[in-house]
Design a binder for this molecule. Sequence first.
Ligand SMILES: *[C@@H]1O[C@H](CO)[C@@H](O)[C@H](O)[C@H]1NC(C)=O
Ligand SMILES: *[C@@H]1O[C@H](CO)[C@@H](O)[C@H](O)[C@H]1NC(C)=O
Ligand SMILES: *[C@@H]1O[C@H](CO)[C@@H](O)[C@H](O)[C@H]1NC(C)=O
Ligand SMILES: *[C@@H]1O[C@H](CO)[C@@H](O)[C@H](O)[C@H]1NC(C)=O
Ligand SMILES: *[C@@H]1O[C@H](CO)[C@@H](O)[C@H](O)[C@H]1NC(C)=O
Ligand SMILES: *[C@@H]1O[C@H](CO)[C@@H](O)[C@H](O)[C@H]1NC(C)=O
Ligand SMILES: *[C@@H]1O[C@H](CO)[C@@H](O)[C@H](O)[C@H]1NC(C)=O
Ligand SMILES: *[C@@H]1O[C@H](CO)[C@@H](O)[C@H](O)[C@H]1NC(C)=O
Ligand SMILES: *[C@@H]1O[C@H](CO)[C@@H](O)[C@H](O)[C@H]1NC(C)=O
Ligand SMILES: *[C@@H]1O[C@H](CO)[C@@H](O)[C@H](O)[C@H]1NC(C)=O
Length: 806
Amino acid sequence: MPYLHISMVLLLSLHIPAANSATTDTISSGQALSISDTLVSKNGRYALGFFKVGNNSSQNTMNWYLGIWFNSVPKFTQAWVANRDDPFKSPTSSLELKISHDGNLVVLNQPTNSVIWSTQAKMTRNNTIAMLLDSGNFILRNVSNSSHTLWQSFDYPTDTFLPEMKIGWDNITGLNRRLVSRKNSISPATGVYCEELDPSGVNQVVLAKWNSNTQYWSSGVWTGRFASQPDEARNGGNESLVANAHEKYYTYTIPNETVPLYYNLDVSGQIKVFAWPEGSQDWILAYSQPRAQCDVYAVCGPFTICNDDVLPYCTCTKGFSVRSPEDWELDDRTGGCMRNTPLDCITKGSSTRSTDKFLSLPCVSLAQNVRRIEDARSIGVCAQVCQDNCSCTAYSFSNNGTCSTWHGELLNIRQIQCSSAANSNGGTLYIRLAAKDIQGSEKNKRVFIIAIATSTSVTALGLFAFAMLIMICRNKRKSSGHISNTAQDCNGIIAFRYNDLKLGTKIFSEKLGEGGFGSVFKGFLNNSTAIAVKELRHHAHQGEKQFRAEVSSIGLIQHINLVKLIGFCCEGARRLLVYEYMPNGSLAKHLFQSQATVLKWSTRYQIALGVARGLAYLHEKCRDCIIHCDIKPENILLSDSYVPKIADFGMAKFLGRDFSRVITSMRGTIGYLAPEWISGVAITPKVDVYAYGMVLLEIVSGKRNSRVSCSCGSNHDVYYPVHVAREIIGGDVRSLLDSRLCGEMNLKEAEIACKVACWCIQDDEFDRPTMGEVVQILEGLLEVNIPPMPRLLQTIAGSSNYSTCC
Ligand SMILES: *[C@@H]1O[C@H](CO)[C@@H](O)[C@H](O)[C@H]1NC(C)=O
Ligand SMILES: *[C@@H]1O[C@H](CO)[C@@H](O)[C@H](O)[C@H]1NC(C)=O
Ligand SMILES: *[C@@H]1O[C@H](CO)[C@@H](O)[C@H](O)[C@H]1NC(C)=O
Ligand SMILES: *[C@@H]1O[C@H](CO)[C@@H](O)[C@H](O)[C@H]1NC(C)=O
Ligand SMILES: *[C@@H]1O[C@H](CO)[C@@H](O)[C@H](O)[C@H]1NC(C)=O
Ligand SMILES: *[C@@H]1O[C@H](CO)[C@@H](O)[C@H](O)[C@H]1NC(C)=O
Ligand SMILES: *[C@@H]1O[C@H](CO)[C@@H](O)[C@H](O)[C@H]1NC(C)=O
Ligand SMILES: *[C@@H]1O[C@H](CO)[C@@H](O)[C@H](O)[C@H]1NC(C)=O
Ligand SMILES: *[C@@H]1O[C@H](CO)[C@@H](O)[C@H](O)[C@H]1NC(C)=O
Ligand SMILES: *[C@@H]1O[C@H](CO)[C@@H](O)[C@H](O)[C@H]1NC(C)=O
């Protein structure tokens, strides 16, 4: 696992309750496990039994499985499934697991006593017993010889790799054990990705598209450890690759007292390792590989664009629609997209007639399976070559004058930053579409604009316009403007009526963004002041009185670097918050989106300082210390003069118990999570300091930490924060900066920023500065030393053998 950084998880320990004395871990001959019974391993970690998957609309569509799950965590999580591709259909709930006359374990469908599943082990005598071991291995063994195992579940892994399991082959039994991802987020059936030992014989673990030769990730060669693996992981991970005359496998062990670990090959084709620290409410992602989702081969299927920086990461290219919306919903996007309109292209003899057109997709990394057209020396000729061949679906013409064409389905198109398009294998792709789809998209846009323009005019026709009109008129009678306030709480926080917000946001039509807590829409107050309205998604635990109390306490918190809360709405189950509107959007937009204007160095430094001041205020100056818990560029908004303002503070007050669940389940935030989140110790303001350090690095580099890598003399990627830590020694901060700055910066400030960032992301929270200290350092009032290397980060990153920054 390839560097499962158990070091992090080792810090923790968990008291596992002893198995209930009423439960058992064995089935002997003559006993049967019915549909409602479970076996529980002696240590209480795993349970085995029948479970069902499906929907309630019809009992006949209910699928039953025999499987093993984690017994010590409250969330049902499958660790093994016996019959992933052959679910039992049993509306009458009459399944039974027992040892048959021949000694094998079988599942019987009771009324008919028919065998619907069997271990099918070869044996001469029937004196066997089945047992769920502490490791989660379900074995069938000889009663009179406990070391004689006839069958074991570890020989037939599904998508979960438990400690002590083996991935690899055994030449005596002929087994080749590998993980295969599940079909989708509901069905455990065989999916499309697998993790296995490299079939070519190289001593490494690879991820590949199942049943094809397409490997998209490898661990690096095993030489006592995996090539790219850091020393730290080796000590903690305790993994091994064993090769001898009759078997070759990869395995790992963890100490008994470690918290539950869940190593899973996800539907998305990524290895994900989760931990469940004590007191946690969900699995917490500790590690994933490959790090970028879009590195997974064909994860979005044909005719899609994959983008690591947005969610959902898969979108159809224009002119295409999702092929199977049901699968798409369930996280299986490998079916990709299909054309809205068939192409119009006919070849007769040597001449081709086609009305198809090409749509440009700028800033993409180009698909594989390219065909070079040597004699097309201009983009026009290149386009014509593609147009004249009915199987040609796209072309591209590179800066160096090379024409490339693609035929058939387009896979693995990936959105990248324009600035890097030139030097990587990126560029502009021209994709073939039916003429109607190209014109169609333009015409639709125009229609949409007209509709909005006319619907606000009095002469508008049509149902929508009519309805709007009635609503506007009705409301005019009540008030004169867009949104009127009905009450003024103390603290100057306004209580809005839901209908007024609905109208002021044009029925929530202009979405500004979407976060873990809810969606944000743009609207206007009656004096035409722009506002941002956040509709809270998780509010199940909060009554109106408490909500109002929290609103007024949050309303008290005002600072130039915090987004101002203007008002709220609380009607029935609806909870909305109204904030001042930030015309320049989020810092994320300015740093990561290719079309955004590049922020100057001085602006960046002021943003870094402003955010630090805002956080210092939250941590130290407010009456109750507020920990933000979700600092990331998306939550830093910019005013019209680029003053940074922190959004979403105080969410814990509104969401109560739901808050940590939202935080930990939010994807993309993971790169900003301090180690304490995973180790389960109490959370302090230092988690914000950690996240701030990560954001500061992104402000400096202009790229997501997770996306930036470099090959610094070695042939594998180095996680950017680790790279920064190293360069600070060399004193060459210049190489760390966003290339779009073109060298225009203040070297001293850049050095300070990098050092502060490196201090902020230290493993031990006590090594990190407070936000107040960060402000003083950035203001030049405090000196800062050269920071040590954040070791944990280095471990996760899988970098090589540097040990300190200095
Ligand atoms: C639920 O059952 C209905 C009716 O059998 C079926 O059409 C639908 O696909 C099922 N949904 C899921 C998610 O399995
Ligand atoms: C299915 O029905 C059970 C009990 O009838 C209920 O607890 C469960 O929430 C239902 N599941 C769905 C997805 O509706
Ligand atoms: C084992 O096999 C023998 C002979 O085939 C049979 O008589 C006996 O009942 C079997 N025992 C069990 C427990 O099924
Ligand atoms: C179990 O072991 C005994 C003694 O080693 C042997 O005689 C018997 O055949 C074995 N049973 C099976 C099912 O292999
Ligand atoms: C028990 O089983 C093991 C493994 O199959 C075998 O090596 C050993 O000889 C058996 N012991 C006896 C007493 O049959
Ligand atoms: C790793 O495993 C070996 C044997 O499998 C054991 O001797 C060693 O103590 C283990 N190390 C750790 C850190 O668990
Ligand atoms: C074991 O089997 C694998 C794959 O089937 C093969 O590549 C390898 O050479 C075999 N090893 C031995 C020692 O026979
Ligand atoms: C874990 O505990 C089992 C018994 O409960 C023991 O046999 C085993 O050696 C222990 N493993 C480690 C790594 O401590
Ligand atoms: C179209 O391109 C394909 C792939 O290069 C080629 O096999 C085919 O012959 C071409 N068809 C025509 C009509 O040129
Ligand atoms: C031109 O650029 C493409 C990628 O953009 C590259 O694959 C190709 O080798 C280059 N050709 C020459 C002649 O440099």
